[in-house]
Design a protein around this ligand. Structure first.
Ligand SMILES: [Mg+2]
Length: 378
């Protein structure tokens, strides 16, 4: 079995982070911080967080795999300082063991947040490398495809483009929450009307509330969307508010709408509590946050036992490999409005008739786009 001989950690800032104009194609989403700031545009958030930690792991045969996560400054430093010394010289294909080595060695200060982002990036790189070593796509290593294509939804506001690409589902980054009162509710509804007008009546609509609502606001908004084709309400309350989730879940289900969340939940242990409390109908963990492919496999198995769908957060090839090999994941998110992960790597599958198909290239079938982003020094 090949040993790991190099772990290269790259801090890649998005070009968006360097712009003075922080608007992000005019899209901004509600934030829990709206109570403190007049409006925190998505662009402002991107300026702080936009960028990727990319991990390249090379084995003694010259094969390499890429993994990634967010928070390019702090997450990259954790991989470099804490995990790299543990990985050099280890057996590259002992992925399960290496996950536990990283988790157990960082448990005192880790378990979630930035440390779990760092573990995720390494784990994804190890799976990509395992694919290259065996000559197989990762979905094959996960048990093979359960469907030929992945049906996708588009997040963002580039509605004409989504319509022309054949999408039948759009997730709206909802701009307003309780702090903007009735005026904000009307503005939210203008977005809904716009999707209906441009993409058609049969387009499914989803709301991404990014933890900025509360149960009362959720109930009031649901009255306004009656008769529209709203499929789900996403993350209406902060990630730690399990009781608030549960109340919003009841409110949504009474209105025939699903509640989704888990984008900011970490590992099998966080997800277990989240699902045991029946917080959501659809789980949306992120492969780059929650512990990588290894942890997502366990999370998907637990979700299946509880009959909860898993539609992972964000756009990435590792996510698509999970989705195409899981019966629990019949739908995937795509971000075409300039999402970093979609531009960071070459090999992205095109969207055709609102669906994507995956190639049989080894690993995740991607290569780092060397021209993209701004490389920062340690
Ligand atoms: Mg979200």
């Amino acid at each position: 079995m090949p040993k790991i001989v190099d772990v290269e950690v790259l801090k890649i800032a998005s070009p968006d982070a360097a712009k003075d104009d922080t608007s992000f194609d005019g899209v901004f989403v509600s934030r829990p911080t709206d109570i403190f700031y007049p409006k925190w545009k998505l662009g402002d958030f991107i300026k702080i967080t936009a960028g990727a930690t990319v991990v390249k792991i090379t084995d003694e045969n010259g094969n390499y795999g890429y993994g990634f996560s967010g928070l390019y400054r702090s997450c990259a430093s954790i991989v470099e300082e804490f995990f790299k010394p543990l990985l050099i010289g280890a057996e590259a294909n002992e992925i399960e063991k290496l996950w536990d080595v990283m988790y157990c060695s960082s448990m005192a200060y880790g378990r979630m947040g930035i440390v779990m982002l760092a573990i995720s990036a390494v784990d994804i790189a190890l799976w990509d490398l395992f694919g290259k070593t065996t000559g197989l796509p990762v979905y094959q290593l996960l048990g093979g495809k359960v469907r030929d294509k992945i049906k996708c939804y588009a997040t963002g506001s580039d509605l004409e483009r989504y319509r022309d690409l054949g999408y039948k589902a759009n997730k709206i980054p909802i701009p307003y929450g309780p702090h903007q009162g009735k005026w904000g509710m009307k503005e939210n509804m203008k977005r809904v009307e716009n999707v209906k007008k441009i993409m058609g009546d049969d387009t499914e609509i989803m709301f991404d509330c990014w933890m900025a609502w509360d149960p009362e606001y959720c109930a009031k908004m649901l009255k306004l969307v009656k008769g529209y084709n709203v499929r789900w309400i996403e993350e209406p309350v902060i990630a730690d508010d399990y009781d608030g989730y549960r109340r919003c879940h009841d409110i949504c289900n009474e209105n025939g709408i699903l509640l989704t969340g888990g984008e900011h939940e970490y590992t099998r242990w966080g997800v277990k509590k989240f699902l045991d409390m029946q917080c959501v109908d659809i789980l949306q963990c992120d492969v780059g946050y929650t512990g990588g492919i290894s942890e997502m496999r366990k999370i998907i198995a637990y979700a299946k036992a509880r009959n909860v769908m898993v539609i992972p957060h964000a756009h990435s090839l590792p996510t698509f490999h999970l989705s195409i090999s899981s019966l629990q994941s019949p739908f995937a998110e795509t971000l075409l409005i300039g999402d970093l992960r979609g531009r960071l790597f070459k090999g992205e599958p095109p969207v055709i008739d609102g669906t994507i198909t995956l190639s049989d290239a080894p690993g995740f079938g991607y290569e780092l786009n060397e021209e993209y982003g701004i490389r920062l020094e340690f």
